[in-house]
Design a protein around this ligand. Structure first.
Ligand SMILES: [Zn+2]
Length: 112
């Protein structure tokens, strides 16, 4: 039987449904608390996306902050289908492939 979750950490299920096993809303995937927010800058086939975000990093010698970038490969379920430029919330899950350990659960806003 397919488990149906209505809400995951405040993110409600999208209106569209899908048959993806790796979908946290319509599949059998469980998510964990660890989360990251980033903007999608690349979208691949097989429901994969890459998100990036910037964080300040303090350099003691110059007493200033520099901008450091973090990137993460995430699963993009077909029911959400986030596009390039959208800000999304990704939560940790079981390893989905060699590089994917996170799944998108919510589209926060469109930046472009
Ligand atoms: Zn789905």
């Amino acid at each position: 039987m397919v488990k149906k979750q209505e809400k995951i950490f405040g993110a409600s299920a999208p209106k569209k449904t899908c048959t993806d096993k790796k979908c946290p809303f319509h599949g059998t995937l469980n998510v964990k608390k660890e989360s990251h927010t980033g903007v999608i800058f690349k979208k691949d086939i097989h429901h994969t996306a890459t998100i990036e975000w910037f964080r300040p990093y303090f350099i003691k010698k110059y007493e200033r902050f520099e901008k450091r970038r973090s990137r993460l490969r995430v699963h993009n379920p077909p029911c959400l289908d986030a596009q390039v430029g959208q800000e999304v919330l990704a939560l940790r899950c079981r390893p989905l492939s060699k590089t994917k350990n996170f799944v998108i659960v919510k589209i926060i806003e469109c930046k472009k």
